[in-house]
Design a binder for this molecule. Structure first.
Ligand code: HEC
Length: 92
């Protein structure tokens, strides 16, 4: 019986950890990590440097490298889409 309880607890812990890992929230991540060096006004300023979706993705990669977060590709893409949907509006 005790063993079963232990097993159930471990399963629960394991599944919540996996869930937390998969649930990448671009908006929250951005708010917590990406506003230290610049705020979101760099995305909308007149002379913004990013001028295409691939360029946006490589910029996100560069800033992630500066930040040292080592995001997964899927997370980079999720962040790129977040910025595109909210600020850049390039067609896909
Ligand atoms: C270590 C400091 C730093 C952090 C942290 C940082 N950035 Fe940046 N970012 C920069 C600098 C510097 C520029 C260039 C600003 C300029 O040209 O005036 C920039 C520019 C950008 C641009 C291009 C703006 C334009 O001109 O179109 C994007 C997009 C961007 N960052 C996204 C991000 C994202 C997403 C994150 C979080 C993962 C992030 N940044 C975190 C330093 C940082």
């Amino acid at each position: 019986m005790k063993l079963l309880l232990l097993f159930a607890t471990l399963t629960l812990i394991f599944s919540t950890t996996v869930f937390a890992g998969e649930e990448f929230q671009a908006g929250t991540f951005h708010q917590n990590n990406c506003t230290g060096c610049h705020d979101s006004s760099v995305y909308t300023r007149k002379k913004r440097r990013v001028d295409s979706l691939p360029h946006l993705e490589s910029q996100v990669r560069m800033c992630d490298a500066n930040l040292g977060k080592k995001l997964f590709d899927t997370e980079i893409q999720s962040l790129t889409n977040y910025l595109n949907d909210n600020y850049y509006h390039f067609s896909k």
